[in-house]
Design a protein around this ligand. Structure first.
Ligand SMILES: [Zn+2]
Length: 273
């Protein structure tokens, strides 16, 4: 599933090719993915694409009509921008034509993703459907003190809590495993056992690891692809995720895989306490 760095990679690539172009037609080929695609037909024709933002794993594309597209790639969604007369692929459910003869397409084989249009009150506003999301990991307000305040009374396992979007957005399963390994914290610790100092270490590593992953164009696990069809290179930098049965890069002990809260945990028993 695309996580924050992969979504950021897609957002940046889309921005490069779509910014300042105008929407001239919308074609949809199914009724719904996760949500109905009907709203996409409400777009004001000839409105210009003026801004790209990301919130958690959502991409927000703003138009000068004060409308915005909200996009979630789901499990295996991808986007590409091609010439308008290029034949449509089987799972390209949404085709948006632009004033330069290009076609912006959403390919979503498993239909867990979505693309909807929302009217914003003012430019730069947070779309209503994203209003409940927690803080961004790169926000300067996301500090050790903030995290400690949010979690120090919680009995939930730290791995599960760091993936909770109401605390911080965008820390998905790949990156939470890497962060906990880097901080030498066991994924089984409950949040109330994490010290303030450890919260600072967690926040520092969340920011660093996500930034490095964005730099590398994300991590390709299963079928993530960037807009240019490139695979994310961060997969080469993973230390524990997907490495079960291999040796820990620090102590040579075996990396193990277990399930915590229905998600896979990869960790080293010796290094992570
Ligand atoms: Zn180890």
């Amino acid at each position: 599933m695309p996580e924050l760095p992969e979504v950021e990679t897609v957002k940046k690539a889309l921005e490069k090719v779509l910014i300042h172009h105008k929407i001239v037609a919308t074609n949809t080929y199914i009724d719904k993915m996760r949500y109905s695609v009907d709203s996409l037909h409400d777009v004001k024709l000839n409105s210009e694409i003026i801004a790209f933002r990301r919130r958690g794993r959502y991409i927000i594309v703003e138009l000068d009509s004060n409308q915005c597209y909200i996009i979630h790639l789901g499990m295996s969604g991808s986007m590409r921008v091609v010439v308008d007369n290029e034949p449509r692929k089987k799972h390209e459910h949404v085709l948006i034509s632009l004033d330069n003869g290009m076609s912006w397409r959403f390919d979503c084989p498993r239909r867990f993703g979505f693309m909807v249009l929302e009217q914003l009150h003012e430019r730069g506003n947070e779309p209503l459907i994203l209003a409940k999301l927690g803080i961004e990991p790169f926000d300067e307000k996301f500090t050790g003190g903030y995290l400690y305040k949010k979690i120090h009374k919680r009995k939930v396992k730290i791995k599960t809590l760091l993936m909770d979007n109401s605390i911080v957005v965008g820390v998905g399963n790949i990156y939470v495993n890497e962060v906990l390994f880097q901080c030498q914290i066991s994924p089984y610790r409950t949040a109330d056992s994490i010290s303030k100092k450890e919260c600072e270490l967690l926040v520092k590593n969340i920011k660093e690891i996500l930034a490095r992953a964005i730099e590398a164009g994300g991590t390709t696990i299963a079928d993530f692809k960037g807009v240019d069809g490139e695979e994310g290179k961060f997969v080469q930098e993973l230390l524990v995720y997907g490495k079960h049965g291999e040796n820990c890069p620090v102590c040579r002990n075996e990396i193990i895989k277990e399930v915590i809260g229905s998600r896979s945990a990869f960790y080293c028993k010796k290094c992570q306490k």
